[in-house]
Design a protein. Sequence first.
Length: 135
Amino acid sequence: MPRPRPEPGSPAEWLQFAQSDLALAKISLPDQVFYNAFCFHAQQAAEKSIKALLVHFGIHPPKTHSIESLLASLPKDLEIPPEVEWAAGLTDYAVTTRYPGDFEEVLESEWKDAVRMAEEVFIWAKRTLESHSVG
């Protein structure tokens, strides 16, 4: 059964897409799939969670995968917890490990860390949106 879709481009829609990526990042590793593929979805979940906040605060989300850059684009008075700032390390999974090339294999422990970081960002973004909602 399809989920109701929020208003296109709204913070709720960005968060729904983030939640979808987070669910994909958590899937148990099927045969022939690399951990880096799941880490990519973890990065995307964090990126889209932050972009939900940017949209909420009336800031057009820049076309970047850099978690650090996205966090820097948020309002200066918004408190960003250290565990969310650490998620900047997910940025490498957005591009570097998505294609064949010269990079170290992503290990199971790194995948678990990536999912944990993405969850932290998602939960923080969701709570921030809820606490800054009007009405």
